[in-house]
Design a protein around this ligand. Structure first.
Ligand SMILES: Cc1ncc(COP(=O)(O)O)c(C=O)c1O
Length: 455
């Protein structure tokens, strides 16, 4: 039994790394002079073309869009985090781009990426609701900011290198969100696309957990699930006749970190062909070639041989599913009686959109997945959640992420909303520990809470 239990860490446990599959891929590449010379030279700006093609086919099989996804929509990245920085470098200018809107509770590690890109003081939270985000809040704030700040031309990024700079960025994790675990409804996804078009905003989504999914009900066992919800980028491709201009208003940030291993530092972006081409021309890539090129050639072998799919279906999903059920059983047994509550929002339900698109989603589905869940603490907890976290670490060697960490950096209103709502939450991750340790971690939290009440 682990002494230290870390339910904060959003990392896959090392026992889940597909080392032998990567070794086979490396042998395949490095024992072939032809593949070796392609893998060890500077990579093409948009990335290893076989991988772009393989990702395009794989995404087509997952999201089932009406028209298959072409490889020109895909470029290879060195992960979702680094790619976010590239997106900002190529498509924003602080000042001309007025605000970064982040759904809160937010993926807090994205905040410094925006700050490094020059957006300090321009990050704003958008409250999450049961369906994913408060669209009316976002609309009225976009209107207000546009009325107050009217810099209509870029000052610095004026050359031909910058085909389009957006006036706003909206950042979201629509499926199995980090940290809330919520999945945005189809209705909200469509509303977001429309809003982005209206306000010249780019919706950047980290779609990094979508394929890690299983039935919410333990007794359902492995079963056929409804198709994965369409990404915002899928909807921007089709909604109301498709993108309003060649750049579109959405980009999907994909990653192999959660489905192979974070150390492979390989991901992809999907957007319109013009957008991905421009993204692949970011200065560092023009000089150094596609990032993560060697790793990208290994990832390609894993997809081409079917070993990635096999790993996801036969290793990752069964393991995460069991850990998820273990966590939820322990929460029900130990925390719910103490007044903790689980809140993962309204179950994803597809309903026809204004143009009748459902992408095959018509039935109510109760799906769980990803890495995280968010629980709220009992109302009568005698101390703050930050103090609870500090005590848990000090007395029980238990670590977890808590609500006030998830505020949007520099946004006082977000901090204020946290103090009234999501700040009382705890994010728990089931990806790092085995079932027994997860149960033990939840029990330690319950014991601590009981002790506090007794004092
Ligand atoms: C929402 C979200 N985006 C991005 C990342 C990091 O992705 P990558 O490893 O591809 O940089 C994570 C990892 O925790 C995440 O949860």
């Amino acid at each position: 039994m682990a002494q230290h239990i870390n339910l904060q860490l959003g990392w896959p446990s090392p026992s889940l790394f597909p080392a032998s599959q990567l070794l086979n891929s490396a042998s395949e590449v490095l024992q072939s002079p032809k593949k070796t010379s392609a893998a060890l030279i500077y990579g093409p700006d948009a990335g290893h073309q076989p991988l772009r093609q393989a990702i395009a086919s794989w995404l087509t099989s997952i999201y089932l869009p009406k028209e298959s996804i072409s490889f020109e929509r895909i470029c290879i990245s060195n992960g979702a985090s680094a790619n976010l920085e590239n997106i900002l470098a190529k498509f924003t200018e602080p000042g001309y781009t007025k605000r970064i809107w982040m759904i809160e509770p937010s993926y807090f590690l994205a905040c410094p990426i925006f700050t490094d890109a020059g957006f300090e003081g321009r990050l704003r939270g958008v409250p999450e609701d049961e369906e994913g985000l408060d669209v009316e809040f976002l609309r009225s704030n976009l209107q207000r900011v546009d009325a107050e700040e009217q810099q209509e031309t870029p000052k610095l990024k004026t050359g031909a290198r910058y085909g389009h700079l957006y006036k706003h960025i909206i950042y979201a994790v629509p499926t199995f969100a980090n940290p809330s675990g919520k999945t945005m409804s189809l209705r909200r996804r469509c509303e977001l696309v429309k809003l982005a078009r209206e306000f010249d905003a780019l919706v950047v989504t980290d779609d990094v957990y979508d394929v890690l999914r299983w039935s919410e009900k333990e007794d359902a066992g492995p079963c056929d699930l409804e198709p994965v919800p369409p990404r915002i980028v899928d909807l921007d491709r089709t909604l109301d006749g498709g993108p309003q201009h060649e750049w579109g208003n959405a980009v999907s940030n994909g990653s192999f970190s959660k489905i192979i291993a974070p150390g492979v530092r390989t991901g992809w972006a999907e957007a319109t062909p013009a957008f991905t081409l421009a993204l692949s021309q970011v200065g560092a890539t023009r000089s150094g070639g596609c990032p993560s090129h060697l790793a990208a050639t290994l990832v390609y072998e894993m997809i081409a041989t079917g070993s990635l799919e096999n790993h996801i279906v036969n290793n990752l999903i069964p393991t995460y599913r069991s850990r998820y059920y273990a966590m939820f059983r322990a929460i029900k047994e130990h925390l719910i009686p103490l007044g903790f509550r689980v809140s993962t929002g309204k179950p994803y339900e597809a309903s026809p959109t204004s143009n009748g698109e459902t992408n095959g989603h018509s039935k109510k589905v109760e799906v769980a997945g990803g890495y995280f869940t968010y629980i709220t603490t009992p109302e009568d907890l005698p101390i703050s959640v930050a103090e609870l976290a500090a005590l848990a670490l000090e007395k029980y060697d238990l670590k977890f992420a808590y609500g006030s960490m998830m505020t949007v950096e520099g946004d006082e209103e977000s901090a204020e909303r946290a103090s009234r709502g999501f700040g009382n939450g705890i994010r728990l991750c089931w990806a790092w520990h085995i079932e027994e340790e997860i149960r033990e971690g939840i029990q330690r939290l319950a014991t601590l809470t009981i002790g506090l009440r007794a004092n």
